[in-house]
Write a protein that binds this ligand. Structure first.
Ligand code: MIC
Ligand code: SF4
Length: 753
């Protein structure tokens, strides 16, 4: 068991902190407030923070990093001048394993291809006291849920789905690597005090309706930006009736509505889960502090008085959903899919069904899927589509193998891939995807942006529960509604599938031979971290230059991005994951997925140095070498999706000075600030329309940059006319210092010197 001492000390102080908060706020408290106020860096605060306004310093209990983001986080941490991490931290090797043949072959291949990166992560972890989860151990969020998450705790992780741990009552927040560096360096971590959305769940899940459908429905209501700046707190009888891992699924996909995090109060399901995963001592502690680990009763009884927004979902009336294509908030109940697919001309023939990922690979999830698979195997059905599974952890994989689930899934024709992200993040050697044919896949993951799973922009990906994906893979048809439609087996008989039945936790307990965990050295002082200067995969960082106002004159437009521009559009994953530790190399993917407003094409922008349309990175590198500053203009919710700070570091590295958009996603906005970039929003959103391709921009008042004061940008058009564009920003005093110093890290370095 990990962290018991730390958890004891969190609980020992919690009551006092909460009493203090109750005095300051003078009213009953939500769960999020209890946890946030008991993790303040200034414990003796006497102020009530304003939700959505106050910047507050916190001291999270732990940090988790996955391999694709840990490289950049740790390259930065190495510059911070510390000998050890200040709080318990872990690295998880999950994103770099490609799904191709089968688990063992793929894992061996990954060890070979990524050896240099794994060695780097392992030695840095060993040196600085960071726990290391080897390739094959599992996906970060599942491993965290099984080993580290605890009710009432607070953690940050360099991955947007860190929020998964809300299923175990933790405030767990996805951040960029630079934020992780703050916490690992022992500094307070700053967050704008979130707004609070309360979601009351009534009724009980039954038949084909699962926890996944709750969040698919919520995403449909709130959309991809509806949770921005807010914590979503779930409560009510529907929550009390739901397994801990089901709660995890709901919190996981809170990232898809932009929420800072999501959380459930401590209950008996969480206690059972802690015990089943070998943490009875933590469960005992949580039991004896249970009133601290839930919202106060008045809050639950009269939620409208205490949350900024309240929704109610009746699980008895909920339907199974499929969300997609191309965005996770386009929600369609399965009963309406036939109509919708016809109307939208979506391909209905399903090519592949994929289950697993950090979102849905619990024992319960697999057992529900297996209950469908069992019926199919018994009745002489096979899958019409290809069917694949990526287990979330070695512990789950080992246990489902012991309990015969893997065998059943294989009888149905499933391919079992490694315990890793795989197809969820484009690590999928899908045969034929390069032909870019229009096709449909269904999966139980969380994101379905264009090109995400297989690099093919014409793959229509729909997100659903694992059991629904299993049924759809058997039917091979997107419009199949297992609640009323039948299938025909090899003897020509009509088969109705019975609703899935799940097993919350394994009756015989979890079992595993090797967790895949490696404890760091007690004293790592003498461990040397080697980065080969000729490496293609790793590159030591050099500090970014500080603010110099002369660099902000005669700015050119690099790109005005049209519509959705997620971090996958700004810094694509899949084939580019291999350069996550090499800033120069990965910068060659910068904004290559963004659509140029002026010609409707990706990766084709006007290079004003030669008047040709060229790829974005090529154009920006040309500007960089000629010393031409540039601006990137974007639409709503710019930078939605991942926590990858590469989406902020690449433009910073290549010399972009400003990112001006209609609105930002939270993590991306912070990442830009941390890297010393100027991230602004249009004060008047319709000014987006005033930006023309040949404009030249000048700031008039950047030398007066201060909190709560707009900045003025003048856009000179080709015909000599001008538009004055007022820009809003959310920089506070410290963040302006980051900007002036060139990055937040530059400030840490100067204070550690
Ligand atoms: C994702 O799901 O998009 C990722 C890959 O896990 C990212 C992190 C990354 O880009 O490395 C995330 O969600 O933060
Ligand atoms: Fe991995 Fe996908 Fe989960 Fe991201 S969402 S951590 S890529 S499994």
């Amino acid at each position: 068991m990990f962290d018991l001492g730390m958890i004891e000390s969190v609980y020992a102080q919690m009551e006092e902190h909460i009493d203090n908060a109750r005095k300051i706020l003078n009213r009953p408290l939500t769960l999020s407030e209890k946890i946030l106020y008991s993790h303040l860096s200034n414990e003796k605060t006497e102020v009530a923070f304003e939700r959505g306004k106050s910047y507050v310093d916190f001291l999270p209990d732990r940090v988790a990093m996955q391999d694709a983001t840990a490289q950049m986080a740790l390259l930065q941490f190495m510059m911070a001048g510390r000998s050890n991490v200040a709080v318990p931290s872990t690295v998880h090797c999950d994103h770099l394993i490609q799904a191709k043949e089968s688990a063992n072959i793929d894992l061996a291949q990954a060890m070979d291809i990524n050896g240099e990166v794994y060695d780097f992560l392992e030695s840095v972890s060993n040196k600085y006291g960071i726990g290391f989860w080897k390739p094959g151990a599992g996906i970060i969020h599942q491993v965290v849920l099984e080993n580290y998450a605890f009710p009432g705790g607070m953690m940050i992780g360099t991955d947007s789905h860190t929020v998964n741990a809300g299923g175990l009552g933790m405030v767990a927040i996805g951040v960029g690597g630079a934020d992780a560096v703050d916490v690992m360096a022992g500094m307070p971590w700053e967050l704008k005090f979130p707004k609070l959305i309360g979601i009351k769940l009534l009724g009980k899940l039954s038949n084909w309706v699962s926890a996944k459908d709750v969040i698919l429905k919520v995403a449909g209501i709130l959309t991809v930006k509806g949770g921005t700046g807010a914590i979503v707190e779930y409560f009510g009888p529907g929550a009390d009736n739901m397994s801990c891992t089901g709660k995890g699924t709901i919190c996981n996909m809170g990232a898809e509505i932009g929420a800072t995090t999501s959380i459930f109060g401590y209950d008996e399901h969480m206690g059972k889960y802690l015990r089943a995963t070998g943490r009875s001592a933590v469960a005992d502690l949580a039991d004896s502090h249970s009133s601290l680990l839930c919202a106060d009763p008045d809050v639950v009884n009269e939620p409208k008085r205490f949350y900024d927004q309240v929704l109610e979902i009746d699980l008895n009336k909920l339907e199974p959903h499929l969300n997609g294509p191309f965005t996770p908030d386009r929600a369609t109940p399965i009963s309406k899919m036939k109509e919708e697919a016809e109307k939208e001309n979506w391909p209905t023939n399903i090519q592949v069904g994929l289950i697993g990922s950090c979102t849905n690979s619990s024992y319960e999830d697999i057992s529900r899927s297996v209950s469908i698979a069992n019926q199919a195997v018994d009745k002489g059905l096979r899958t019409k589509a290809r069917f694949t599974i990526t287990p979330g952890s070695e512990q789950v994989r080992h246990t489902i193998e012991r309990d015969g689930f893997i065998e059943t899934l294989e009888q149905l024709g499933a391919d079992i891939f490694s315990n890793a992200c795989g197809p969820c993040i484009g690590q999928w050697a899908r045969v034929g995807s390069e032909k870019q044919e229009k096709n449909t896949i269904v999966h139980s993951f969380n994101r379905n942006f264009a090109k995400r799973a297989d690099g093919n922009p014409n793959t229509y990906a729909f997100v659903g529960s694992p059991e629904l994906v299993t049924a759809l893979a058997i039917a091979g048809d997107l419009t199949f509604d297992p609640q009323k439609d039948f299938l025909i087996n090899d003897r020509g008989e009509k088969i109705f599938l019975k609703p899935p039945v799940g097993i919350d936790l394994p009756e015989k307990g979890f079992s595993v031979d090797d967790l895949g965990y490696q404890e760091p050295a007690k004293d790592g002082g003498s461990i040397e971290v080697v980065v080969n200067p000729d490496s293609e995969r790793l590159q030591l960082l050099s500090p970014f230059e500080g603010f110099n106002k002369n660099n902000f004159k005669n700015i050119r437009l690099l790109i005005k991005a049209k519509g959705k521009c997620t971090t996958d559009h700004i810094s694509m994953a899949g084939p580019w994951l291999k350069y996550r530790g090499h800033l120069d190399n990965i910068s060659d993917n910068m904004l290559t997925g963004a659509i140029n407003f002026f010609n409707g094409k990706p990766n084709s922008v006007k290079n004003h140095l030669n008047n040709l349309y060229e790829p974005v990175p090529v154009t920006q590198r040309a500007y960089k070498s000629s010393g031409v500053p540039t601006i990137v203009v974007g639409d709503e919710n710019y930078g939605e999706g991942s926590s990858r700070e590469h989406a902020a570091m690449e433009p910073r590295f290549l010399g972009v000075k400003v990112v001006l958009v209609r609105s930002f996603a939270r993590i991306h906005e912070t990442n830009l600030k941390k890297q010393g970039m100027l991230g602004l929003t249009f004060a008047d959103k319709s000014d987006y329309d005033k930006i023309l391709e040949d404009d030249v921009f000048n700031f008039i008042d950047l030398d007066l940059f201060s909190p709560n004061k707009q900045l003025t940008l003048v856009a000179k058009h080709l015909d000599g006319s001008e538009d004055v564009i007022l820009c809003d920003h959310t920089y506070n005093k410290v963040q302006i210092k980051w900007f002036k110093a060139g990055s937040a890290l530059n400030l840490i370095r100067s204070s550690n010197k």
